[in-house]
Design a protein around this ligand. Sequence first.
Ligand code: CA
Length: 228
Amino acid sequence: MKLLIVEDELKTAEYLHKGLSEQGCAVDVANNGIDGQHLALEYDYDVIVLDAMLPGLDGFALLRALRGVKQTPVIMLTARDRIEDRVRGLHEGADDYLVKPFSFLELLARLQALQRRGRSQEPSQLKLANLRIDLLARKVWRGTTRIDLTAKEFSLLGVLARRQGEILSKTAIAELVWDMNFDSNTNIVEVAIKRLRTKIDTPYTPKLLHTIRGMGYVMELRDEDSPT
Ligand code: CA
């Protein structure tokens, strides 16, 4: 899940960034409304967590600008003593709201619910040959063998499997699976692909995860196994 957090309280922003990253999310953070608006319009996020009270451009103005362009799901964070903010946020097109202070687990549950709603057109399972991925339960099988993946490995596999047959560059993968500003070190992609391949591809046939030299990686079923 790719998330944008727009929050000017640095402690809260940091806490959310850490917690959500640990859940396998790719998280961008903006500490003011102007930066938040720029990122929200420029990139496609699964969900935006938007604080109502922000310096520069507040959450409502950001939401209005966003809704003129796209329908990215938004959860607004509002202060406990400002009930009118919740109503206003929902009127402006927020999909959900949370009152501060909120529990991290509740935020996580709501993020997942919004993502499910946003992806209701998408299948909950992906299949390629004998590889089966349950996107909701976050489980993976090769034939009848259940494979355990870390949160990041699952995100990586999801990105590749959703785009079967499409060659993805290391930079594209880095942007989709990790933070977007992570450009210089694509070595981490190579390492992660290698680890994922060891778990989901190497011990099994047919081979599904292919390296395209100088271009990137592709997940597809081929007539013959290609060299890696
Ligand atoms: Ca604030």
